[in-house]
Design a protein around this ligand. Sequence first.
Ligand code: NAI
Ligand code: MG
Length: 329
Amino acid sequence: MMKIAVIPGDGIGKEVMNASMLILEKLDLPFEYVWLEAGDEAEKKYGKALPDETLEEIKRCKALLFGAAGESAADVIVKLRQELETYANLRPVKSFKGVKTIHNNVDMIIVRENTECLYKGLEFGVSEGVTVGIRVISREASERIIRFAFELAKRDKRRKVTALHKANVMKKTCGLFRDVFREIAKEYEKYGIESEEYYVDAGCMYMVMKPNIFDVIVTTNMFGDIISDLAAGLVGGLGLMPSANIGEEYGIFEPVHGAAFDIAGKGIANPTAMILSSAMMLRYLGFLDEAKRIEKAVEKVIAEGKTTPDLGGKLKTIDMTKEILKNVQ
Ligand code: NAI
Ligand code: MG
């Protein structure tokens, strides 16, 4: 049996995790699920958003399924990504049949650096009314993530890798990221993989106006966070966006969205992002067939309009989940 850590967390994290587990339990997988606590509620209960026992137990598992944390997100999920060295945050962005948005054929994947940049947490007050935050960009981490992006392009037969940065202004930090990108891009020319760069602000405009110029996108941590939600808006919202955090030895699988307190407790959260994140975990662990069965079922249910209100449907989380369950062959 493979041990899988499960952290539902706060807000809709719990609701979408329950949905996702119903789907996983239908498949005959050799998993033992280890339910753990972390997040705002854990902080109230134990005085620590990521209790030591939770972290130790996670490390004894093969992978982690994570719902969402609330205000303690930085102390939980950002910490976990650094602690478990899951340096690559993968966020596939794909149009779904049956979802009305401004574009209907988006297909790109965001590869976000996950361990440094402004997310290092190096923030200080320097004097009354003045604060600073330190942006760390290293050659080592840049090389690792950029290489990951090109390897992914090579493996999945994608045509192009685009770097988003702001090297005209952040000359040192983004400048280093850009230089490393250019070096590595050269190595992959022989595989026919193109490379391209945009300043992140212009890149955002193009993402909205002509998303098809993007294929694989590689960027630093903070920009990656922002463009992920922008990209979510292109395909129908955060309820649809799964993600994987991948390292040499560990994987964390979680929706791109957070605890969504505005809809928590109402039973209307879209479970798709979490369910597709669990499918990403199955792919990572080598259960390709099971992953495909989940993905197909989700696509079918969405195409038929059997959805939660965020996509214009009338179903509750549990009813949409039951529809998906029915279709998991
Ligand atoms: P959010 O991602 O939770 O929600 C943004 C908007 O998208 C909300 O209007 C929400 O209703 C909607 N939405 C998100 N997921 C949805 C779903 N599955 N179905 C339908 N609608 C959905 O971001 P927000 O509101 O900025 O943050 C709420 C809390 O979550 C905060 O405490 C924040 O710190 C935390 N957070 C945690 C994250 C994590 O644990 N990875 C990531 C982002 C935010
Ligand atoms: Mg985010």
